[in-house]
Ligand binder design. Structure first.
Ligand SMILES: Nc1ncnc2c1ncn2[C@@H]1O[C@H](COP(=O)(O)OP(=O)(O)OP(=O)(O)O)[C@@H](O)[C@H]1O
Length: 318
């Protein structure tokens, strides 16, 4: 079932088209990551979906119903903010029970739903703690539990792991993936971290200056960026302008140790491996070589061949 449908959404702030003609849909049980640079409109889009902002034009549908004119509390969704926005004066249980209470559940019913949600995120036993007695990762889980306690059909997460250190992010990423898989709700996750998008979401939507540039299966979007800008944003180092188009040279297109000999103009050791810039006819080709591949560098030259079948020709929109 389609949990969320966006149709030609537009939102203009004075001087800034924050969201432009965005259309896509999200199925129940699916996780989609919204990815893009700072200021591209990710949070605005989330706020439009949540009902915290009204679009200038376009429609938001949830489970087939037009909710464009409905306030946030009537949309059957939960939003987890970047800073969690927990209530410091309430206990962990109080925070998690807040949503169900707001929606009219009895005290006992709200506690039961909160308890279930806290168990889902692995916080049993901490129900009576205050927020300031928690670690960053635990606070993040309380925010999630608070969102889950109302059993929403749609879960919106705005950079949920951005305040955590790298180690904790990696651990929570794994937890979130299995949590989402068991939830049955549609999940829309805003991030600017590509690894997070890949780890958590089946599909990725790539946004630039208010517009969707590409939307598709996560692995597919990373393997086949639709444009030169998308390729560079996703971390492809080798994107060359070529007759109005752009040529992407992915790692798997480069065969080392055979073919023509090229100058290796810059070499920098890095953790056993080697970063090399090769002065190729296409332009400076940046390669990251393993220790074994680095042995193929002969003084200041390197032989390599490009596999035509692995090269991608895309519009140059940089
Ligand atoms: N209330 C507002 N009034 C005016 N302009 C705004 C407002 N909110 C956002 N903008 C502008 O709209 C654009 C999109 O902002 P938005 O916060 O949606 O981007 P974002 O992709 O979420 O960025 P970040 O990753 O930095 O959070 C930006 O240019 C921003 O400056």
């Amino acid at each position: 079932m389609t949990a969320l449908g966006l149709e030609h959404l537009n939102k203009l702030y004075p001087g800034t088209p924050a969201v432009q003609d965005v259309t896509f849909s999200l199925e129940a049980g699916e996780t989609l990551a919204l990815l893009g640079p700072s200021g591209c409109g990710k949070s605005t889009l989330l706020r439009l979906i949540a009902g915290l902002e009204r679009p200038d034009s376009g429609r938001v549908r949830m489970a087939g119903t037009d909710v464009t004119a409905l306030p946030p509390e009537r949309r059957n969704l939960s939003l987890v903010f970047q800073d969690y926005a927990l209530f410091p004066h309430l206990s962990v249980l109080g925070n998690a029970a807040y949503g169900p209470r707001q929606r009219g559940a009895s005290r006992a019913q709200a506690s039961a739903q909160a308890g279930e949600a806290l168990a889902l995120v692995g916080l049993q036993g901490l129900e009576q703690r205050r927020i300031h007695e928690l670690s960053g990762g635990q606070a993040q889980r309380v925010a999630l539990a608070r969102a889950l306690a109302v059993q929403p059909r749609l879960l919106l997460l705005d950079e949920p792991l951005s305040n955590l250190d790298e180690q904790l992010r990696t651990r929570l990423r794994g937890d979130l993936r299995s949590l989402f898989a068991g939830l049955g709700a549609a999940v829309l996750l805003v991030t600017h971290d590509q690894r997070e998008a890949l780890a958590l979401a089946g599909r990725v939507a790539l946004m630039r200056a208010g517009r969707l540039v590409q939307l598709g299966n996560s692995a597919e979007v990373f393997a086949r960026p639709a444009t030169a800008w998308a390729a560079e944003f996703l971390g492809q180092p080798n994107v060359f302008a070529q007759g109005g188009q752009a040529l992407i040279v992915p790692e798997q297109a480069v065969v080392l140790g055979e073919g023509e000999r090229w100058p290796a103009v810059q070499q920098q050791s890095e953790g056993g491996g080697l970063f090399v810039t090769v002065a190729h006819a296409l332009g400076p080709l940046r390669l990251r070589l393993s220790a074994r591949e680095a042995a193929l560098v002969e003084g200041d030259t390197l032989r390599l061949r490009l596999l035509d079948s692995e090269l991608l020709s895309v519009p140059d929109d940089r």
